[in-house]
Design a binder for this molecule. Sequence first.
Ligand code: SF4
Length: 162
Amino acid sequence: MRIAGVVQDSIVDGVGLRFTVFTQGCPHHCEGCHNPETHDPTGGSEIAAEEIIRQMLSNPLTDGVTLSGGEPFYQAGDCAEIAQAAKNAGLNVWTYTGFTFEALIRSADPNILRLLSLTDVLVDGPFVLPQRSLNIKWRGSTNQRLLDVRRSLAEKKAIELN
Ligand code: SF4
């Protein structure tokens, strides 16, 4: 897979101490994006998902993994492998995406649905510059939602975390 990088001990990409993977390649090109260097799908560097998993599991203090971007759902198969390894190790999974939950559940790609089903918290939707806010936790703009994926999939509609 291609990544822009990893952060071993993030406290800004979700609750607790997190291992964050910044995937490389993003089709959304949101105006005002903070990570424009992640847009080019041929940029970043190549790494095996197994190596990311090894790094992720090397710190016993980690609470969870955050899959960010870039657009994780563009490399859904590899991201699902990482998410599965995280779940197996008792870690929670947060995934950031420029797609909406409603768009993702319409996908016919089994890897996309697998990554979605392995995600605990989905931060969905593109970054919308006019809706930028510093007052919302874990998100950049007010259109983005923090979704409880298990409940959202069970009820087939987006359910936000309280
Ligand atoms: S989805 Fe995220 S990484 Fe992609 S352009 Fe939008 S803000 Fe940037």
